[in-house]
Design a protein around this ligand. Structure first.
Ligand code: HEM
Length: 399
């Protein structure tokens, strides 16, 4: 029970739900089932938890999409809690609201759109196939370590034109910003990324490179080349986004397929169903939690929000909302319209979504070409981790 004194006066008692949004299952059990318990307990669209200094969180499809899109009332200036920690860092374009956000976002789009990705698109099947071939004859693999942590990162290092050998260092820092394990502070992780990027930014200034970092460093906002500070923020943001998201989605995907042989069979036999399956997977296993800061006192969903309060948005709660996706824990290959916010909503909708879909698609195609039937290796329990981006460790498969 929460002591009444902890609850601010504008928080009605029936809006309190005690959960650590960065560890909905502190014991490391199923992350998404832990979230779905919120819907079993209450039908409210906006809830409040005393954890992480106390904050609101959006719990239903409608409140999630509104909060992510309505920048006039819900600002991206602070994206995580406790607010004091989130406040200390600007990370363009993510922490900017419209209209400032738009020109920064245009620069990111230019390096991640279909045209820019044509080169990597062509590499996806061969790189994916080569990685699988390395362990195919073994009859099993630690999918997380031997595939998920390698494939999207190698692709990403090509997009930013950095040596693959540097990936582990950068990934270790990126992980500490999204799923800290207590070994390093958020500030130290950012400092690590910045120290790595400084000479890279300097070297790419004024060049004509086509890679994403060159496009950022030489990008223009209102006719002016980006200054070092904003260039650093943007490069850092794409590194964090690119190094620690698809990795986790891949592991959730193979954990699911490794325990659902009928889905494997159907997809292996009819590959045309893969894109719909991927969308259903995004719905069922959304992994990111973002946030917004209330701009001014505002009545929303029947409660009085105060300027400066934080409203967090666990995207998992959209896809798992039974009001818009009946029987939400079931992965249903026949589901007509899987509704979710896996990539957010509104102006900040993820610019990497096209790449993420391409990578999952290539993986399934190459995998089923070689391994049409497989299962989760027995006796090796997986462990879930929450955070700004949720993960699952050591998904081991056997065939
Ligand atoms: C399955 C994989 C991914 C998921 C689930 C995901 C999720 C998200 C979400 C929910 C947001 C919106 C955050 C907000 O509104 O506050 C976002 C933004 C962003 N993502 Fe992703 N992402 C993924 C892959 C990627 C990749 C591969 C990249 C880069 C290569 C990337 C780069 C970014 C950037 C730069 C933003 C900020 C956009 C802006 O503020 O305008 N993401 N992502």
């Amino acid at each position: 029970m929460i002591a009444e004194t902890v609850r601010p006066t504008n928080v009605p008692a029936d809006r309190v739900y005690d959960i650590d949004i960065y560890a909905p299952s502190p014991e490391g059990r199923d992350y998404h089932e832990a979230w779905s318990r919120v819907h079993a307990a209450t039908d409210k669209g906006l809830l409040w938890t005393p954890r992480n200094d106390g904050h609101w969180f959006a719990a239903r499809a409608g409140t999630i999409t509104t909060i992510l899109s309505d920048y006039e009332h819900f600002s991206s200036r602070v994206l995580f809690v406790p607010r004091a920690a989130g406040e200390a860092h600007d990370l363009a374009p993510t922490t900017l609201d419209p209209p400032r956000h738009r020109p920064f976002r245009t620069i990111v789009n230019s390096g991640l759109g279909p045209k820019a990705l044509a080169r990597v698109d062509a590499m996806l099947p061969s790189l994916s196939g080569a990685l699988i071939d390395e362990f195919l004859a073994d009859g099993g693999c630690n999918f997380t370590r031997q595939y998920a942590e390698l494939f999207p990162i190698r692709i990403f290092m090509t997009i930013v034109d950095l040596p693959v050998a540097d990936a582990p260092t950068l990934k270790a820092f990126a992980d500490q910003t999204t799923r800290p394990d207590g070994t390093m502070s958020y500030e130290d992780a950012l400092r690590g990324i910045n120290a790595y990027l400084e000479p890279v930014i300097e070297a790419r200034r004024g060049g004509d490179g086509e890679d994403l970092l060159s496009k950022i460093v030489n990008g223009q906002v209102n006719g002016e080349i980006l200054d070092n500070e904003k260039a650093m923020e943007m490069c850092t943001q794409v590194l964090i986004g690119g190094l620690d998201t698809v990795v986790n989605m891949l592991s959730f995907m193979m954990l699911f397929l490794g325990t659902h042989e009928e889905h494997q069979r159907e997809l292996a036999q009819d590959r045309s169903r893969i894109p719909l399956f991927i969308n259903e997977l995004f719905r069922r296993f959304s992994i990111a939690t973002t946030g917004r800061m209330v701009v001014e006192d505002y009545s929303f969903d029947g409660v009085d929000l105060k300027a400066g309060e934080m409203v967090m948005v666990p995207t998992a709660l959209h896809g798992l909302d039974p009001q818009v996706n009946p029987d939400p824990l079931r992965v249903d290959l026949e589901r007509k319209a899987a509704r979710h916010s896996v990539f957010g909503s509104g102006n900040h909708t993820c610019p990497g979504s096209h790449l993420a879909r391409l990578e999952l698609r290539a993986t399934l195609d190459q995998w089923f070409d070689r391994i049409p039937a497989f299962r989760l290796a027995p006796g090796q329990p997986v462990r879930y981790a929450g955070g700004i981006v949720a993960g699952v460790s050591d998904v081991s498969l056997t065939w």
